[in-house]
Design a protein around this ligand. Structure first.
Ligand code: MRU
Length: 379
């Protein structure tokens, strides 16, 4: 089956039961190409070069990368070296470490002869879990969307703004930020999505627009810099984004530009929600601005841009004077105080230690250290 924005999974096991099929997201939306991963190196390359991207999909790809690695070497050292290669592929999305830790903890106690089959089974379970958790986010977000829609004039759509791509192709299905959008569409609620382009890699313009268009969700692309203006003019009812790492206190790292949208939303009293699965929470961290590692990417992504020309040929062009220095931080951190609520597979909570502890029954490092329980009044 040719993959399309409407097809079901962004990663799947090939019919041979061994190799893994992914969609090369660096080519979208101009070319829809499936790539086959056969080795650890190919899986690591796919994550590193962003053929696969988005926190959830990175995690599941790494899990399959470990299964592929064990086919070549299922010894303890094979397991450890696969872990070391994969953990280095991208620094910010903590789902990568979450998935790799789960895989390693599960496989380490086993005899080497059992590890390959067990690794494939565990990776498949993580894949299915991601589909189910994203769907649950969709249900919780849908309830919020219904409430917000009730405040709109009858028949007018709910105007949702999203940034980057926390969509189906950033996960295994549904997406995080997009799950409530797709559920709303299924339920026949009127909805319109403002898609911010997400310079410099343009995940909004290239990926979210492709995905929503393929699913028939009404949407309009905007320049990143237009979001504040639209909010100021009363054209946005709610902002919803995904997350790459959430601290135990509810600070959120997400694609660069998320923070500015949260600031503008706060100024205009527009609800700002972050949707993510439990594997995106880093329970060891509290202060996201100080503690979350931010990926530094190539200056070329800022100084150059890639698209197709009128002949349909893929071309890269330079935007800047030759040699212009550029800085390219891949993510930023939105402090919990700017976030209206966190939408997770376990429900919606405040962006706070107490809010996350209530949903997940876990405490962050500081609370564990003092032996206390999460205090509801603290951030
Ligand atoms: O650099 P990317 O494209 O991997 O960044 C993706 C994002 O920032 C997403 O919003 C985030 O990973 C959530 S995807 C479920």
């Amino acid at each position: 089956m040719k993959p399309s924005p409407a097809s079901e999974r962004s990663l799947r096991l090939a019919p041979d039961g061994v190799s893994v099929l992914i969609l090369d997201q660096t080519l979208l939306p101009h070319e829809v190409k499936t790539v086959r991963l056969r080795t650890l190196e190919q899986a690591a390359h796919a994550i590193r070069t962003m053929q696969v991207r988005g926190s959830n999909l990175i995690g599941v790809t790494a899990a399959y990368g470990m299964a592929l690695a064990l086919r070549a070497d299922a010894s303890n050292s094979g397991l450890e070296s696969a872990y070391s290669v994969l953990i280095e592929t991208r620094p910010t999305a903590v789902n990568l470490r979450w998935a790799l830790d789960l895989m390693r903890d599960f496989l380490r106690p086993m005899a080497a002869s059992r590890r390959v089959d067990a690794a494939y089974a565990k990776a498949a379970a993580l894949l299915e879990e991601d589909v189910a958790t994203n769907r649950a986010i969709g249900d919780h977000g849908l309830a919020l969307f219904r409430e917000l829609l009730a405040k709109r004039p009858k028949g007018e759509p709910l105007r949702v703004l999203t940034h980057c791509n926390a969509g189906r192709i950033a996960t295994l299905d549904w997406g995080t930020a997009t799950a409530p959008i797709y559920r709303a569409q299924q339920e026949g609620l009127p909805i319109h999505v403002w898609v911010s382009e997400t310079r410099p890699r343009n995940q909004g313009a290239a990926l979210t627009a492709w995905e929503l268009g393929g699913r028939g969700v009404p949407h309009t692309l905007i320049a990143d810099n237009a979001a504040g203006h639209l909010m100021q003019h009363g054209l946005v009812d709610v902002v919803i984004v995904g997350a790459d790492r959430v601290t135990a206190a509810g600070d959120v790292a997400n694609k660069i530009g998320t923070y500015l949208k949260a600031l503008a939303a706060r100024e205009h009293k527009i609800p700002f929600y972050v949707a993510f699965v439990g594997g995106s929470v880093d329970w060891n961290l509290r202060d996201g601005v100080r503690e979350i590692p931010i990926e530094q990417r190539s200056a070329r992504e800022v100084t150059h841009i890639t698209g197709v020309n009128s002949a349909g040929k893929r071309v890269e062009v330079r935007l800047t004077p030759e040699g212009t220095p550029a800085r390219n931080d891949g993510f930023d951190v939105t402090p919990a105080k700017l976030i209206t609520g966190l939408i997770t597979e376990r429900g919606v909570c405040r962006a706070s230690v107490a809010g996350l502890a209530r949903l997940y029954g876990r405490l962050d490092r500081a609370d564990r250290g003092s032996g206390g329980t999460a205090r509801a009044t603290r951030r």
